[in-house]
Design a protein around this ligand. Structure first.
Ligand SMILES: [Cu+2]
Length: 171
């Protein structure tokens, strides 16, 4: 079979694009530092979410659950992160931080700007995500799923403080 030279070139170019596509998709799913969000936090009734242990007034916020391991329970609702919006979330550097989050109303987003923390917050579903912050600083939290008329105002703050300072203040 005789294949024209130009046709061979186009075949090669197409092959390069296909291999490149597969490589970038694979990297996007499995690359170092990239983790999929876990949905094994369980389900919850959005209407009664503030009566639940995790998302009641006592349950929300930062809790120490082990040496160097903290859980942060965040409830999202139109148009607040609780905690996050009216008071910042404060966590230490170099520690395992597990976020649990759900929504009391509609779908929200939970993105910590400048990090790879970025997830949907779905009513009825408790999401779970573990990360660690190496750099102390003030990070913005934004909702990046359109959630209603006040969506653009839905933001919060995360303070990452050096581990030594954090332990001194003790949560
Ligand atoms: Cu929102």
């Amino acid at each position: 079979m005789d294949i024209h030279k130009y046709e061979k070139i186009w075949l090669a170019v197409a092959l390069v694009f296909i291999v490149g596509l597969v490589a970038t998709v694979t990297y996007g799913a499995l690359g170092p530092g990239i983790k999929m969000v876990s949905d094994n936090g369980g389900t919850i009734s959005p209407a009664n979410v503030t009566q639940s242990e995790r998302f009641s007034a006592q349950g929300r916020g930062v809790h120490k659950v082990g040496p160097n391991h903290y859980e942060v329970n965040v409830l999202a609702r139109q148009f607040l992160f609780m905690p996050g919006t009216t008071q910042p979330i404060t966590v230490p550097t170099d520690s395992k931080i597990t976020f649990y989050y759900t929504s009391a109303d509609v779908i929200h987003g939970f993105e910590i700007v400048g990090t790879n923390v970025n997830t949907m917050v779905i009513p009825g579903q408790v999401g779970k995500m573990t990360t660690r912050f190496e750099e102390p600083g003030e990070y913005g939290i934004i909702c990046n799923e359109y959630c209603g008329s006040g969506h653009h105002t839905m933001e919060g703050k995360l303070n990452v403080v050096p581990k030594s300072e954090f332990n001194a203040s003790e949560v």
